[in-house]
Design a protein around this ligand. Structure first.
Ligand code: API
Length: 276
């Protein structure tokens, strides 16, 4: 068997290793995902996107391809908004899809994407549901947040002072009774009626430079606070800027998607990475 092909890509500097694996043959253990994402002993990434046929995983999808997303710690997540943009960019560049507008499968269900001529991508992200409220604490400072379900769990906290000053080196505290499977934590400044600034501490990763589902959660929470259920906003992140629209039961995320490199994993490294 030839070497194991990989690609490296990012969406607003939320970076991923892509593994083309149509038949789902790779034994993608949590240990191998964590090793691939390790920025010293592996390639380094916030997550892994396995490119696989839905049938190979035994799942139904209107799309020909399924995004098998894993967090950097090896854990599964239902959905990854920046990842879908990079995944769609890869499928078009590799000639694996011929349309610019197509559906693909994710653990949160099918998502439609449109790859634009300027190489940006729009993802139809589905409903962003306000599901309650809770609290979090960063370096001992408490925030109250709005819980939003974007297929994966989020807690969006609005801050008055600049979120750039928050110390997000450690996992902020959160209520495990409210979020038994963990939660992605967004910290947001409102810049204008249609502009937010955000930082994020991601479940299964840590602080990332961007989180696509997190930007949808942040705009949905801002729109909810404004007393309505439709709106749109740019969201400025450390890794770049995206545009989000939300309406009742639907949302879209538009932003850049880059493929950085392609290569082959060393067979010996891959074999050794399976072990904890
Ligand atoms: N860490 C997230 C998954 C990745 C989300 C993020 N990278 C995005 O772009 O949406 C979770 O465990 O739900």
């Amino acid at each position: 068997m030839g070497g194991i092909e990989f690609l490296k890509g990012h969406g607003t500097q939320n970076d991923f290793v892509l593994l083309p694996d149509p038949a789902g043959r790779l034994d993608l253990t949590p240990e191998r995902v964590a090793a691939l994402c390790d920025r010293q002993r592996g390639l380094g990434a916030d997550g892994v996107l396995r490119v696989v046929r839905p049938a190979a995983l035994g799942v139904e999808s209107a799309g020909e391809w399924f995004m098998d997303y894993r967090n950097a710690d090896g854990s599964l997540a239902e959905m990854c908004g920046n990842g879908v943009r990079v995944f769609a960019r890869y499928l078009v560049d590799a000639g694996l899809v011929t349309e610019a507008d197509f559906a693909l499968g994710t653990r949160a269900g099918d998502r439609r994407v449109r790859v634009h001529p300027d190489r940006s991508v729009t993802v139809h992200m589905g409903a962003a549901r306000i599901v309650g409220s809770s609290v979090t604490a960063v370096a001992g400072r408490e925030f109250s947040g709005i819980a939003v379900d974007v297929g994966n769990p989020h807690l969006v906290s609005f801050a008055d002072d600049d979120v750039a000053d928050l110390d997000l080196r450690d996992q902020p505290a959160f209520d495990r009774d409210v979020f038994p499977h963990g939660v992605n934590l967004e910290f947001v400044n409102v810049l204008d009626a249609d502009a937010l600034r955000m930082r994020v501490y991601e479940r299964g990763v840590g602080e990332t430079r961007a989180c696509g589902t997190g930007t949808v959660a942040a705009v949905a929470a801002a729109v909810h606070l404004a007393g309505t259920d439709t709106g749109s906003s740019t969201v400025e992140l450390p890794g770049g800027t995206v545009r989000v629209t939300v309406e009742h039961g639907a949302s879209t995320l538009t932003g850049p998607a880059e493929i950085v490199a392609r290569g082959e994993l060393d067979e010996g490294w891959w074999a050794g990475a399976a072990r904890p």
